[in-house]
Ligand binder design. Structure first.
Ligand code: PMP
Length: 290
């Protein structure tokens, strides 16, 4: 495996960053997870735009133009022979090397890392039978603390929620915001179907603007399914007709039960299955060629 670090490709074992990098010391940085299917990178512009916006929000410079970033991503994929295959791309941009103080002004140059690998988040059986999830006590960060709209390297909030789920033997956690409304999962957005309408929490309730979330919203509209961004609670999860999670790594994964309450009959519903099918069609037919 070859890993891109600041303009050069290194063998995996030699791809290193300094122990003084503020990405490591303070989680001071941003990242993206991107997928390539059949030799094409899916929604590359959307991911790069989100990276640029996350960086802007924390006053971090992206050291390259959009086109430069695209070239770097594609070069990393080619160097790893991902030309015809599927891949998961992790883009990491940190404040760079500073001293042991917090002051970001001490960091002279950003660190840019691009890793191309494979990912298989959930075994296939969960796409057919659904995934059990739980709501956890750890609340989603508020916009006044670490804004969930920023895809920052500071994922401790999500990791604490994941630890809670792990402790109960559940694979994914649903996080509520400080007011008790459903926000999102540790690494995925959440949707429910209620009275035939597809509902996902609005971004200001504590959700990342997921690229997959946006794709699903537009696929649903194309299919004539009404979609709304609306606040909802655990009660709405428990009584939903269907529920699923969306994310670049997970794609669309049906939820079979929440807090031990089965969603409808506990099997993936027709709307979820239709969206999975349409999503897969799209990933097979679209993207920036490697
Ligand atoms: N929420 C969080 C907290 C995430 O980390 C992710 C994954 N990046 C998502 C939602 C889903 O976003 P996307 O569809 O862009 O991968």
């Amino acid at each position: 495996m070859k890993v891109y670090v600041n303009g050069r490709l290194y063998p995996k074992a030699k791809a290193c960053v300094s122990v003084f990098d503020h990405g490591l010391l303070y989680g001071d940085g941003v990242f993206e997870g991107i997928r390539a299917y059949n030799g094409r990178v899916f929604r590359l512009d959307e991911h790069l735009e989100r990276l640029e916006n996350s960086a802007r929000a924390i006053m971090l410079r992206v050291p390259m133009s959009r086109e430069g970033m695209k070239r770097a991503v594609l070069a990393t994929l080619r160097a790893n022979n991902f030309g015809k295959k599927g891949a998961y791309i992790r883009l990491v941009l940190t404040r760079g090397v500073g001293d042991l103080g917090l002051d970001p002004r001490k960091c002279r140059r950003e660190t840019l890392i691009i890793i191309a690998d494979r990912i298989n988040l959930y075994p296939e059986k969960f796409y057919r039978h659904g995934l059990a999830v739980m709501t956890v006590a750890t609340r989603r960060n508020t916009a006044e603390t670490v804004n969930p709209r920023i895809k920052s390297l500071n994922y401790l909030n999500n990791i604490l929620a994941k630890i809670e789920a792990n402790n109960y033997g559940v694979l994914e956690a649903i996080m509520l915001n400080a007011d008790g409304y459903v926000a999102e999962c540790t690494g995925d957005n959440v949707f429910i179907l209620r009275r035939g309408r597809l509902i996902t929490p609005p971004l200001h309730m504590g959700a990342l603007e997921g690229v997959t979330r946006n794709v699903v919203i537009s696929l649903a509209r194309d299919l004539g399914i009404p979609v709304a961004e609306e606040a909802f609670t655990r009660y709405d999860l428990y009584t939903a007709e269907e529920c699923f999670l969306t994310g670049t790594a997970a794609e669309i994964v049906p939820v079979s039960n929440v807090d031990s309450r089965p969603i409808a009959d506990g099997r993936p519903g027709p709307v979820t299955l239709r969206l999975i099918e349409k999503f897969r069609e799209l990933t097979r037919s679209e993207g920036v060629p490697i």
